[in-house]
Design a protein around this ligand. Structure first.
Ligand code: 13P
Ligand code: SF4
Length: 310
């Protein structure tokens, strides 16, 4: 690409010419967030994808998110800047193994976190996100036996807040498992007034240190309403862009990882670049396509979630 090409202007032109909408997750790099028509957490993105009247949905996120948009919008073209933008959590739950796991718990209902493949969604009864997981679990009778997949950390957290005993699939997100309790504790000593805010994909010892736990949107809203001046943020660093924009006078410190060579960036989310956004809009590829039978089976539990979250 010509380095002098004004990607911001080109992307705006393509949006109009092609009636395209850019949906971006908070973990995308700042430039991508700045060209997006909508930035949100997984629930917000699914709700927006369901309602849009654009012809092309440009999904600036990871594969399972774009796939969810396609499941909800079969007649629309859904493009993703990089088809290799996967998710370690989604990869930790392959459908054939999950099917065997399900067979071992025949009288259980399956609630799956949206961070999973269409194959897992098709094996699930209800989908949830981090912003509605508690509500969805609590919508079921207490005596209902439940399998929760694929995130064991979110599952354990929901078990704790609801007093349920869901059977958990042993999956996790590579980004949310790197935080160091020791380093956060030390940081808190140096910043005694800072609030610790954490995503529920973090491990329990990190969540125990948190003053507030929530989805990316819920964390952002918390920093907007709360009157503290400093926050230690235990989630992917992309969210800091909107936190700083909304609260320019507050300080946001990324929670430190246990290995100082590591970082809190999601390598999958960060595969997307502004250049790739432009290219996928110009050439309308890579495109998300799906077998219709699989799509219909995966749509059912998403529809249940959207009804329960309306
Ligand atoms: P939410 O934005 O729904 O909180 O999800 C976080 C996440 O890890 C997405 O991959
Ligand atoms: Fe998956 Fe974790 Fe990256 Fe989210 S942050 S896309 S859960 S690997």
């Amino acid at each position: 690409l010509d380095p002098e090409l004004d990607l911001f202007a080109e992307i705006e032109r393509l949006k109009k010419e092609k009636n395209a909408i850019i949906l971006a997750h908070y973990y995308q790099e700042p430039d991508i967030q700045d060209v997006a028509d909508y930035i949100g957490d997984s629930l917000g993105l699914a709700q927006k994808a369901e309602k849009t009247d654009a012809d092309i949905i440009v999904f600036a996120g990871v594969h399972f998110m774009a796939e969810t948009a396609k499941i909800l919008n079969p007649t629309k073209k859904v493009v993703i800047p990089d088809l290799k933008a996967g998710c370690s959590l989604s990869d930790s739950c392959p459908p054939p193994l999950f099917e065997q796991f399900k067979q071992k718990h025949p009288d259980h209902l399956v609630i799956s976190y949206i961070n999973c493949s269409a194959g897992i969604k098709a094996l699930s009864d209800i989908i949830c996100t981090s912003s509605n997981a508690q509500k969805i679990v609590e919508s079921l009778p207490r005596e209902q036996k439940i399998i929760f997949a694929p995130d064991k950390n979110l599952g354990a957290y929901i078990n704790k807040v609801t007093g349920r005993n869901m059977v958990l699939w042993n999956g996790a997100c590579m980004v949310h498992e790197i935080f160091s309790v020791e380093k956060i504790t030390k940081l808190k000593l140096r910043h005694p007034n800072a609030k610790v805010i954490a995503h529920p994909e973090c491990e329990e010892p990190v969540l125990k240190l948190a003053d507030f736990i929530g989805s990316t949107t819920q964390l952002l809203k918390y920093t907007e309403k709360d009157n503290s001046q400093e926050y230690i943020v235990a989630t992917e660093t992309g969210i800091l862009h909107q936190m700083i924009k909304s609260n320019p006078h507050k300080t946001f410190i990324p929670a430190p990882p246990d290995n100082s060579c590591a970082c809190n960036d999601c390598p999958h989310m960060k595969r997307n670049t502004l250049e790739k956004i432009y290219l996928c809009m110009e050439y309308e590829m890579p495109e998300i396509t799906m077998d219709e039978e699989l799509r219909l089976a995966a749509k059912k539990p998403i529809d249940r979630m959207l009804e329960l979250s309306a």
